[in-house]
Design a protein around this ligand. Structure first.
Ligand SMILES: [Zn+2]
Ligand SMILES: [Zn+2]
Length: 239
């Protein structure tokens, strides 16, 4: 099993205060947009597909380099067997459709919410990238999506948000969006669709990952790290 954190692009879309109203700072929140590559035996699993190539609606300026990052690791688009979407936000589906041999795995509740007619009317990126997919597998509960690679529901940020776990590594999408939420898992992020469920899931899953010493790849943290207990919350220890 190997795990890589791949940066598709970097940029900002909000100040800290705009993203986390309890944080009184007008500093721009600068984030990488990450994907995770998990390889087990002959199987290559890509978790999320970044913000995608230009032109794009979200963080329009930064060059997107997911396909270059995969190529640097010897992985062509044809080599990707499975794409798992932790959720269907715009910064997680950007290169979706670029992997001709992949089956795509999404939680049923994200599919139901984001792919409804009403949602698609407001989300051209889903109409263009996700709607045309032919091999979509919707799952509802913990599922082994490739040998020794599991997806687990972790709802709250979106209704069907999931994390992906594989032998000591977890790709967690936007379960935690900022290190401030590691220190205080109750900290509200404006893009969390159900604040209460998101906070409860965050506290439970971060505690589990910390207890196991699991290596973590998050959607918007730099590199690979671990969660460690600290005070009433946790801290992010990057490798
Ligand atoms: Zn998100
Ligand atoms: Zn995100």
């Amino acid at each position: 099993m190997t795990a890589d954190a791949l940066v598709d692009c970097e940029g900002t879309f909000a100040t800290l205060r705009q993203a986390f109203p309890a944080i009184h700072s007008d500093v721009d929140w600068w984030i990488p947009v990450n994907c995770a590559l998990l390889r087990s035996g002959d199987t290559s699993v890509l978790v999320d597909t970044g913000a995608g190539p230009k032109p794009r609606p979200f963080m329009p300026d930064g060059e997107a380099r997911l396909l270059d990052e995969l190529a640097r690791r010897g992985v062509s688009p044809e080599d990707v067997d499975v794409v798992v979407h932790t959720h269907l936000h715009v910064d997680h589906v950007g290169w979706t459709g670029s992997f001709p041999n992949a089956r795509y795995v999404v939680h049923e509740q994200d599919w139901a919410y984001f792919m409804s007619e009403r949602s698609l009317a407001d989300r051209p990126h889903l109409r263009e990238k996700v709607l045309p997919l032919e091999r979509v597998e919707c799952v509802t509960a913990e599922t082994e999506i490739a040998p020794r690679i599991h997806m687990q529901p972790a709802p709250g940020h979106t209704p069907g948000h999931v994390i992906v776990r594989a032998e000591g590594v977890a790709a967690i999408g936007d379960l935690v969006a900022h290190e401030l939420q590691v220190a205080d898992p109750s900290l509200f992020f404006v893009n969390d669709m159900d604040a209460g469920v998101a906070a409860a899931t965050r506290r439970r899953v971060v505690a589990e990952l910390a207890a196991d010493g699991t290596r973590v790849i998050a959607g918007h943290f730099r590199g690979i790290g671990r969660f460690e207990p600290a005070g009433k919350g946790f801290r992010w220890a990057v490798e």
